[in-house]
Design a protein around this ligand. Structure first.
Ligand code: SF4
Length: 320
């Protein structure tokens, strides 16, 4: 598969508050989503994953580095961005009120077609998108209002609104995080079914490794503005190599890994530590520091030298 979407050495910095240091929200990221592939971008809140996702959609312009879609760097002129948004759709969460309570389901789904003046049969396109999103028969939903629908149905309408333009890519930020358990399973099943849609790729942004496991082909784990480990989901989640990935996985209920409790909070992106950005919290380093001379050597590198960034699949750690 060729790369549909790729980021190359992406940096996104925000000016510091009240003249404080610049926050490096995304700090040298390479990431690829292949055609037809589902990639999960995983990390704790504040790790920069949402900022990265927004940059991949052209909603935030990177400070440096390149986002490419279909082999071409994004063009940030309003006209080109509008055309790009048609191919790459953001799926919002309905619980945040992304549906207008005064618009019927039909109008909510048709809106994208109207904004983009898409040619063709609007009614047929809306019906197709609704049935793809599992609202069948679609005509039964056309004239309903959001308040007449269940939470799961509303989330499906939002997804139909993204699918109606037949995008090549959908980007979903925490697609099931605030749904209750039964609805969550329902939407998860829908996202899984969409995998069989020919040519549809997806980037799922989540803090939830279980979701990544269920849905993704590949996973990229982010920590403090960087991808620290990336690879096929079976490899990364069954044989995690980065101490951060290991720690995240070790606290899941069924994990065979010895539990590694991360101490402290992730540092502030305005104060990224020197050396490995994870060193102050790294369980491997804490264990190694007291150990053999060789490990002590690694420990010294951890505090002074940044591991090489992950390009393609790999791990950013001196121990690996
Ligand atoms: Fe831990 Fe060192 Fe690896 Fe960073 S480079 S994750 S501090 S062992």
């Amino acid at each position: 598969t060729h790369a549909l979407l790729s980021a190359e050495d992406l940096h996104i910095a925000f000016p510091g508050r009240r003249g404080g240091p610049v926050a490096r929200a995304v700090d040298g990221v390479d990431l690829t989503v292949g055609a037809g592939e589902i990639v999960a971008l995983v990390g704790e809140s504040g790790c920069g994953k949402t900022t990265l996702a927004r940059a991949l959609l052209g909603l935030v312009r990177p400070t440096s580095g390149t986002v490419s879609f279909d082999g071409r760097p994004l063009d940030y002129t309003p006209r080109a961005l509008k055309a790009y948004r048609r191919r790459a759709q953001l799926v919002l969460q309905d619980p945040t009120g992304s549906l207008n309570p005064r618009h019927t389901v039909y109008d909510a789904v048709a809106e994208g077609l109207r904004v983009h003046r898409a040619p063709g049969d609007e009614r047929a396109a809306v019906a197709r998108a609704l049935s793809l999103a599992g609202l069948r028969p679609p005509e039964r939903f056309f004239l309903r209002y959001p308040h007449e629908l269940s939470g799961g149905q509303r989330q499906r309408v939002v997804i139909a609104g993204a699918l109606v333009l037949e995008p090549a890519l959908i980007v979903a930020d925490e697609p099931v995080a605030s749904l209750d358990a039964s609805v969550r399973g329902e939407i998860l099943a829908l996202l899984l079914r969409l995998r069989t849609e020919p040519g549809l790729s997806a980037l799922i942004v989540t803090h939830d490794l279980g979701l990544a496991w269920n849905i993704a082909d590949r996973v990229a784990v982010m920590y403090l503005g960087r991808v620290v480990e990336s690879g096929p989901v079976e490899t990364v989640l069954t044989e995690p190599r980065h101490p951060y990935t290991r720690a995240l996985l070790s606290v899941l209920p069924e994990s065979p890994l010895p539990p590694a409790v991360l101490t402290g909070e992730p540092p502030d992106p305005a104060r990224i530590p020197p050396g490995c950005r994870f060193h102050a919290r790294c369980p491997a380093l804490a264990a190694g520091a007291a150990g053999a001379a060789e490990e002590a050597g690694v420990a010294a590198r951890c505090v002074t030298e940044q591991p090489a960034p992950v390009r393609g699949d790999g791990v950013a750690c001196h121990l690996v």
